[in-house]
Design a protein around this ligand. Structure first.
Ligand code: FAD
Length: 359
């Protein structure tokens, strides 16, 4: 962000960037470019759904480490380190809803699976550095309830991932757009059918799932996810202070704090027709059953929203951030990690902008 323009500062104050897509990736890249001195216009289809509107907003890396996903873990950890600078740039502390994550299992077999993932992270795949055990550390049942009194008696053990918090995704999107506009950027409601005819010295296509139709050679598939939003009423028990990520048998459920409520997520179905946007009864029932298993007090909340989003996924699970030609750059394919990866992506984007501008 400011002071970290990756050499992308344009030589002329007439240098213009058009961004296609006003999701978290488009807006974060647009702000980074505006901070680097570009005149930025964002064009975004008001009728195309935006995955970032439904997301949980978790900023996970260590607790997300899965064998075989070493590169993803590395860039996610890099992005987590960039989040404080982005939050300082946005200057609204209310965006942060939790600073740590608590991973819990409801049986010893569930805890054993979590321990396997922790061993993978401790063994050092993150940039060849071994992750300190104080950053991801094992906790027993009693400590879990001391840390998170909102939990019921079922969780028997787990791990605390310090520094892995969450943001309010909708506040984040509003803050990114406001910061961009304050910096002189423009956001227009407009569907783009091809980047070819657009004005601008450089074009960024960051249209989420819509990118495949705009840039050839970018193949994406949709992973559908259901997510629930609960709001507290006068009789509700206090909600969690951490992001709680629970393993319940062969399923994961997460509870993410919000001001005045809780987000419960998320299912995943893939591959799926991107037009299949109806929530399934089975998905909603599983989320509620698993969430109540770890926090029975959720019964006291109101079910305010059931929503469905489509994660834009690539076959290798890695985001695509690259120049397509001398004018067009693409940033998409962030799958289940688009929020956490936004600062890494915008940093990489301004690097590419700098390289292409220097040519
Ligand atoms: C249920 C669920 C939970 C999730 N939870 C998390 C989480 O906890 N943490 C995390 O890091 N990630 C999470 N994600 C993933 C994250 O939401 C996505 O990876 C991220 O939103 C992708 O960002 P994007 O900007 O590429 O796409 P989107 O957010 O989908 O935005 C794309 C934008 O492009 C616009 N657009 C599309 N086509 C066109 C066109 N032709 N012309 C103009 N504009 C166009 C759309 O209107 C939209 O504004 C979750 C996703 C889902 C579905």
């Amino acid at each position: 962000m400011s002071g970290d323009d990756g050499g992308a500062r344009p030589r002329s104050d007439r240098a213009t960037l058009t961004v296609v897509g006003g999701g978290v990736i488009g807006l974060c890249c647009a702000l980074a470019a505006a901070d680097a001195g570009w005149r930025v216009t964002v064009l975004t289809d008001p009728d195309a759904p935006r995955a970032a509107d439904v997301a949980g907003g978790m900023l996970g890396s260590l607790g997300e480490g899965h064998p075989g996903e070493d590169v993803l873990l590395e860039i996610t950890a890099d992005s987590v380190r960039r989040w404080p600078a982005l939050l300082a740039r946005l200057a609204d502390p209310a965006i942060v809803v939790a600073t740590d994550s608590l991973f819990v299992g409801v049986t010893s077999a569930d805890v054993a699976v979590l321990a396997q993932l922790a061993r993978f992270v401790w063994s050092g795949p993150v940039g060849s550095e071994t992750v300190e055990r104080s950053v991801l550390r094992q906790v027993g049942g009693r400590e879990i309830r001391d840390l998170e009194p909102a939990l019921g008696p079922r969780p028997v053990g787990g791990f605390l991932a310090s520094g892995e918090g969450a943001v309010d995704n909708r506040m984040l999107l509003r803050a990114l757009e406001s910061a961009l506009v304050e910096r002189g950027g423009v956001v227009c409601a407009r569907r783009v059918d091809s980047p070819a005819g657009l004005d601008g010295d450089r074009i960024l296509v960051a249209a989420g799932l819509g990118t495949s139709k705009l840039v050839s050679g970018v193949d994406l598939y949709a992973a559908k996810g259901e997510i629930l939003r609960l709001t507290a009423n006068a009789w509700s028990v206090p909600g969690p202070r951490h992001v709680v990520r629970a393993r319940v048998g062969d399923r994961m459920v997460y509870l993410v704090p919000r001001s005045g409520g809780i987000v419960i997520g998320a299912t995943q179905y893939e591959p799926i027709d991107a037009a299949d946007r109806a929530p399934r009864v089975s998905g909603v029932a599983d989320l509620l059953a698993d969430a109540l298993e770890v926090m029975p007090g959720l019964r006291t909340y109101d079910l305010a929203e059931v929503s469905v989003g489509m994660r834009p996924c690539t076959a290798d699970g890695l985001p695509v951030v690259r120049a397509v030609d001398e004018r067009v750059i693409v940033a998409t394919g962030h799958g289940r990690n688009g929020i956490v990866l936004a600062p890494w992506t915008s940093h990489r984007f301004v690097e590419i902008l700098g390289e292409s501008w220097a040519d």
